[in-house]
Design a protein around this ligand. Structure first.
Ligand SMILES: Cc1ncc(COP(=O)(O)O)c(C=O)c1O
Length: 396
């Protein structure tokens, strides 16, 4: 790993290496993989898997591959994969039909004529709500989206451009989640990406929806004749995407890379829950520039997978994001703050000054064994979702 100096004045990253002898989570088979449905949506194509040689040099590893989710079904983040599958499943159920009877997006739109007026409600720290609003617009449904008080204007405007009504809730992401849940009723379906007691099926579909990302990665590697990664780095908000990664890479017979979960230090609800041994809710406000990761409570249904399937949990300070964004930009990849989180976390671990007196960081670095042979796969989960901030960071 490079000996580049740590970011001046940055707080230290946090890390936790999972105990070695945890039970692996039992992974049930997915009865209906969502890929076929996604492929039935206009504009579907697999997102690119890109080489990032500058990032690889910075980390001193053999190869960095980036799954680039900056353009996914017309939106700048991966989230529409989960939102679209969950909306589809919830609507098919609402119509009293089976998946076989409504096998495609077009068919769903036709069948919905008999169900209107109907609304979709969601809470969001940006991308999920925009994706639900986008789906509602495509399907001719109303969308009601609830957002935390500190959401930047650009993200609210992007949701409104999808035709949704946006309500700013007094509080953080958890407050927005609670408010959206109140809308549930016969003429409004709540499509949340997080779960709580009694609300588990829709967020389980969201997790399933993300499986398309990993199916595409496997295909792209096989097509190019490239080796599987040793390390897969996943950003974590409530943990739904990380749960999908665990599902994929810990299924029987799957290739088993080391899985690294990354959160901001100000919103490290999964790392703190791991340290506590159970789900906790952070008491302080979540203020990271990695807006999509600003979550205070892990998702109830993601937790069993995330707590038993991720190998190394890292919390990264915001100060490391800008350099990671610029590195990825130099490699031709537009990564928003959450997209750059994985590379930021690995560079933070490389910051020697903090390692000297922190045994957890040293253990994490040892577990990762980043070296000249290591093959790293980063999930860059969003493009420039706050375009002004992106321009300030990369300078163009
Ligand atoms: C861009 C981006 N990356 C990663 C995540 C984290 O996903 P999850 O909340 O499923 O952990 C989010 C969540 O909103 C996001 O918007």
């Amino acid at each position: 790993m490079s000996t580049a100096p740590e970011v001046a004045g940055a707080e230290a990253a946090l890390a936790l290496v999972a105990p070695e002898n945890r039970d692996p989570p039992p992974i049930p088979e997915m009865p209906h993989p969502p890929r076929g449905f996604h492929a039935s949506m206009a504009g579907y194509r697999a997102t690119p898997l890109r080489d990032a040689p500058r990032a690889a040099r910075r980390l001193g590893v053999g190869e960095v591959l980036v799954k680039d989710e900056s353009e996914r079904l017309g939106l700048p983040s991966f989230k529409v994969l989960g939102a679209s599958w969950a909306v589809y499943r919830a609507l098919v159920e609402h119509l009293g039909a089976t998946l076989q009877e409504i096998p495609s997006f077009e068919r769903l739109r036709e069948e919905l004529a008999r169900a209107r007026p109907l609304a979709l409600a969601a809470s969001t720290d940006g991308n999920h709500g925009r994706a639900v609003a986008h789906m509602a617009a495509l399907l001719g449904l109303e969308a009601r989206i609830y957002v935390p008080a500190d959401m930047v204007a650009a993200r609210i405007a992007a949701i409104e451009r999808e035709g949704a009504s946006v309500t700013v809730v007094d509080g953080g992401y958890d407050a927005a989640v609670a408010r959206s849940a109140e809308d549930a009723g016969p003429s409004c379906l709540v499509i949340s990406d997080t779960s709580w007691p009694g609300y588990e099926r829709v967020p389980a579909w969201v997790i399933e929806g993300y499986s398309t990302i990993f199916a595409e990665i496997d295909e792209a590697l096989a097509r190019a004749g490239r080796a599987e990664p040793d390390i897969v780095v996943v950003p974590i908000g409530v943990g739904a995407l990380a749960a999908a990664a665990v599902r994929h890479y810990r299924s029987p017979g799957a290739h088993r890379p080391l899985l690294v979960g990354v959160e901001p230090t100000s919103a490290a609800c999964v790392l703190e829950s791991m340290a506590a041994g159970h789900i906790i809710t952070l008491k302080h406000p979540q203020t990271s520039i990695m807006a999509g990761l600003n979550c205070a409570t892990p998702s109830l249904i993601a937790w069993p997978l995330v707590s038993r399937g991720i190998d190394v949990y890292v919390a990264v300070p915001d100060a490391y994001v800008a350099e990671a964004t610029r590195l990825l930009s130099a490699d031709g990849i537009v990564a928003g703050e959450c997209g750059a989180a994985g590379l930021a976390a690995l560079t933070a671990l490389a910051a020697d000054g903090h390692l000297a007196d922190d045994p957890h960081l040293a253990r994490a670095r040892e577990a990762l064994a980043l070296g000249a042979d290591a093959r790293v796969l980063l999930l860059s989960t969003e493009g420039a979702t706050d375009p002004e901030a992106y321009r300030r960071t990369v300078g163009s």
